[in-house]
Ligand binder design. Structure first.
Ligand code: R1P
Ligand code: URA
Length: 288
């Protein structure tokens, strides 16, 4: 009898050649250097900078779980651009299954978008994470059976990116966009776009009116709040053997949460494409 997949532990695969279940990729289809983005339009945009592989074309595969992978050549190196969707779980699927189909050291850079927590940071700028902390809804707090003393949200310790990759990314972004368009600071990764990012919603009991204040008290350099960076840094640091997965992350600031300003369509596309190309250059330059 044919099974839907093989193996119930580690990273199961399906079919022949065995493809990982959610990315849909098999060995060799993903490069060691990867740009990770949140949606297909951004991946399509950046795939335009890739050149064909020896096969004569840029590799493209869309999985039925929402992942879209492009692999080609960039500045003399093999490089992939992958759209992974949103949240901690999708970054977990991506990094673990990517690790399973790539041999040797890897470097992963995320180009996301998000709201910015500092008034002085301009929309359309790119903010690079020099560390990331996780903000999680404490589900037990909201359970009426639980003691009331537990706080509604937890804020983690900082997790750091790869230092060399991060400085290479900053230098490449400054060269491409100009120094005034590149900021650095602490990233906050939240497990919701809503409650754990401090958005008020009268349709739910979220108890989050103090949350952004608490985050800024604990991390005064908090600059960005989005949904994947902490998982990227944490799993890269957890990957074995140590040092074989290097990570960096940045976002285009699409909104300034203190002022309410929101970026225009054209400025966003420009930052995504020029910023994205700069990240591809940084990745290609890195000695793996
Ligand atoms: C929420 O709208 C999504 O946008 C941000 C958040 O991290 C979350 O994934 O990033 P992306 O634009 O990369 O998806
Ligand atoms: N994505 C997020 O997660 N947060 C924002 O504020 C904007 C985009």
């Amino acid at each position: 009898k044919k099974s839907v997949y093989e193996g119930t532990n580690a990273v199961p695969r399906s079919g022949d050649p065995g493809r990982v279940l959610h990315l849909g990729l098999t060995d060799g289809e993903l490069a060691n250097r990867v740009i990770v983005v949140g949606h297909h339009t951004r991946a399509d945009l950046l795939s335009g900078f890739l050149e064909a592989e020896d096969s004569g074309s840029v590799f493209k595969l869309a999985s039925d779980r929402g992942f879209l992978t492009y692999t080609g050549q960039f500045a003399g190196e093999r490089l992939s651009v992958v759209s992974i969707g949103m949240g901690l779980a999708m970054m977990d699927f991506f990094l673990r299954e990517a690790r399973a189909v790539v041999k040797g050291p890897m470097a992963v850079v995320r180009l996301g978008t998000c709201g910015c927590l500092q008034e002085h940071v301009k929309v359309g700028n790119v903010s690079v994470a020099d560390g990331s902390a996780l903000v999680q809804r404490n589900y037990s707090h909201f359970d009426s059976q639980s003691p009331a003393h537990a706080k509604p949200y937890t804020i983690s310790e900082l997790c750091l990116p790869d230092a060399e990759l991060t400085s290479t990314v900053i230098a490449a972004l400054r060269e491409a966009l100009g120094g005034e368009k590149v900021n650095e600071g602490t990233n906050l990764t939240a497990d919701s776009f809503y409650s754990s990012q401090g958005r008020a919603d009268s349709a739910f009991n979220d108890e989050n009116s103090q949350l952004i204040g608490e985050v800024l008290d604990r991390y005064p350099k908090a600059i960005t709040m989005e949904m994947e960076t902490f998982q990227l840094f944490h799993l890269a640091r957890s990957c074995l053997p140590k040092g074989t997965m290097r990570a960096a992350a940045c976002v285009v600031n699409v909104a300034n949460r203190p002022t309410g300003e929101v970026v225009g369509e054209e400025a966003l596309r420009l930052a995504e494409s020029e910023g994205g190309k700069a990240l591809m250059k940084a990745l290609a330059k890195l000695q793996l």
